[in-house]
Design a protein around this ligand. Structure first.
Ligand code: CA
Length: 226
């Protein structure tokens, strides 16, 4: 999942970038409202964390302008402000949740994961596609009751596919959601990941969870939480 971090405090921005990267997010980090508007409009962001006090404009205005352009990824406000009126104003501007500074990284991650799931229409931390269960809190995948070891990129790719089950996903789309803008992209890598996921999820080639649609991409064919 690709997260846009909008935070002008350099230390906090680096902390967020490092802890989110460790948790498997592709992170785009910016320090101004203008950059936030640019990234929000130009890149396929899955979730964003927005600090309210930015040097060039308020985080509140960033959120309003994104929403005015019909940009609808979930937004979590980070704020040092504790007045309830400002939290309400943030939510009314189009944010989905907020967290007060200082915060615990675990709480931030739990809230972000909940926002991502809810934007895909899933209320619980468990993603279930037939015999495949992904626990997004523990970051574990179980197939037919047996835990499956996935690399960080395999996990990210599977999570994205399960959340968009039933839809054709191009290689470009997958690449854009699992890598940040600094990554040197090579779509052959996606083919390799898909091959490895198929072997790990379906060693006997029974469930065939990932279909290849020639020239178009892939489709995760088992319905989510059905
Ligand atoms: Ca700030």
């Amino acid at each position: 999942m690709r997260v846009l971090v909008v935070e002008d405090d350099q230390t906090l921005q680096e902390q967020l970038q490092s802890s989110l990267t460790k948790k498997g997010f592709a992170v785009d980090a910016v320090g101004t409202g203008q950059d936030a508007l640019y990234f929000g409009a130009e890149f396929p962001i899955d979730v964003s964390i927005v600090d309210l006090g930015l040097p060039d404009m308020s985080g509140m205005d960033v959120i309003k302008q994104l929403r005015a352009q019909d940009i609808n990824f979930p937004i979590l406000i980070l704020t040092a402000r504790t007045r309830w009126e400002e939290k309400v104003a943030g939510l009314e501007a189009g944010a989905d949740d907020y967290l007060e500074k200082p915060f615990h990284t675990e709480e931030l991650l739990a809230r972000m994961n909940a926002l991502i799931r809810r934007s895909a229409g899933v209320a619980t931390p468990q993603l279930v596609c037939g015999a495949i269960t992904m626990d997004t809190s523990a970051q574990q995948v179980v197939v037919d009751g047996t835990p499956v070891e996935l690399t960080a990129y395999e996990y990210k790719m599977l999570e994205y596919m399960m959340l968009h089950s039933g839809r054709v996903i191009s290689k470009t789309e997958i690449t854009e959601h699992i890598y940040d803008q600094d990554f040197d992209r090579d779509s052959n890598v996606i083919e390799v990941f898909v091959g490895r996921l198929r072997k790990k999820l379906d060693p006997d080639n029974q469930h065939k969870p990932i279909e290849t649609l020639r020239g178009r991409g892939y489709r995760f064919s088992i319905p989510l939480n059905a």
